[in-house]
Write a protein of this length. Structure first.
Length: 383
């Protein structure tokens, strides 16, 4: 068991150990999935055996498949390691920017990196009025900080600096690396689980093995029952492995937001800027066209889960309370800002009110001298 954490750096070390144990547990879940697959395979190929035989044979199959399962998981990790940033950029629709294109943002990030001797990550921007930001990458060459145009529009320099410091803390604490790895492994488990279920249902839909239907009722009672129980155990194991992988994945993100907020205050020495930035982002961070895996890396994820179990981030109120309590910040409460949707709605209402006082205009292409019975005769001249 990891010792209790005292202080920021001790807490960071403890969380790294916990994350390492979680990732090791996710490899264990891969082997559970292999064992479940072996159970299903034995049940369909040898439907007249006892449950004890299925369990023992599936275990031996797992031992035989262990190196291949490990190699497959490592191959999946290698692919994710090489192409994760490209996939994230594609999923988020972000575009890289330079100092010339965004001098304000670039200078703020560069000053933070120089002050702490941190290598400068890449900068990318998502063209959306929503307010959010995230860090990504697995090594110094890949590390990237991505922000939205809405964030740049509605936050002042001190608040943007606090958000950038929050993301730099994720990079410095290896949060980004661990989160990306957990997403890769969780994706592998989800892929294997879906593949296993599809193969299972396909085998069930195509009919049971011929030995099931050719045997007598007594054989089906003794053997077929064991096969059915083995399949049910496999289904439970697959579902449990998928469920635990999601729980581990979400817990990796949730516990680190407090540390990143504290790290941002340490870098900027301005807890009020971090609090006001969170208050402005609150409820305005939804990126509609972005995958959930990317949203889990954002500074705020407004997509709520089942109760609090699948909530990837603490609430803004809890994070602000922590900053007020431990960093001495001041909470201004919810901050109202005008979003583009609100501006369009106000413009539409204003336009509608103006139309009430506009004179009716004749339809286009209407000839005023022509009526329904032909051309109207000219009026006689007035004397």
């Amino acid at each position: 068991m990891v010792a209790p954490a005292y202080g920021l750096y001790t807490h960071i070390r403890a969380n790294r150990w916990r994350s390492a144990f979680m990732l090791a547990g996710m490899f264990f879940l891969v082997y559970v999935m292999v064992y479940a697959g072996a159970l299903v395979g034995r049940a369909f190929t040898t439907p007249d055996a006892s449950l004890d035989w299925y369990l023992r044979q599936a275990f031996w199959d797992l031992l035989m498949a262990f190196p291949f399962a490990t190699a497959g998981a490592l191959l999946w990790l290698f692919i994710g390691y090489r192409f994760n940033q490209w996939i994230i950029d594609l999923a988020s629709g972000s575009q890289g920017v330079t100092r010339r294109e965004e001098p304000r943002l670039y200078n703020l990030l560069e000053n933070l990196c120089i002050s702490r001797g941190i290598p400068m990550p890449k900068l990318r921007i998502i063209d959306t009025p929503q307010l959010n930001a995230f860090a990504s990458g697995l090594n110094q060459k890949q590390y990237t900080v991505t922000v939205t145009t809405g964030l740049l529009q509605h936050l002042d320099d001190a608040e943007i600096e606090a958000v950038l410091a929050h993301e730099l803390t994720h990079i410095r604490n290896d949060d980004v690396r661990l989160l990306v790895i957990s997403l890769i492994i969780a994706g592998a488990i989800g892929f294997v689980a879906e593949l296993g279920f599809r193969m299972m249902f396909h085998a069930g839909g195509s009919g049971r093995p011929s030995t099931w239907s050719s045997r007598g009722s007594s054989d089906r009672k003794s053997g077929g029952g064991g096969a059915i129980i083995a399949i049910l155990i496999a289904i439970v194991l697959i579902a449990l492995a998928w469920f635990l992988s999601q729980v581990i994945r979400f817990s990796l993100s949730r516990s680190r937001e407090y540390l990143a907020d504290a790290g941002a205050v340490e870098l900027t020495k301005n807890p009020d800027a971090m609090i006001s930035a969170l208050r402005k982002i609150e409820g305005r961070g939804e990126l509609p066209d972005t995958a959930s895996a990317v949203m889990e890396m954002c500074i705020d994820n407004p997509r709520s889960g089942f109760v609090d179990l699948f909530s990837t981030h603490p609430s803004i109120d809890k994070r602000v309370d922590a900053l007020v309590k431990f960093a001495g910040g001041r909470d201004p409460g919810p901050i109202a800002i005008t979003m583009p949707d609100d501006e369009q709605e106000d413009a539409a209402v204003a336009a509608g009110s103006k139309r009430l006082f506009l004179r009716a205009q004749p339809p286009i292409n209407v000839q005023p001298d022509r009526g329904p019975w032909g051309v109207r005769p000219p009026e006689p001249p007035r004397t």
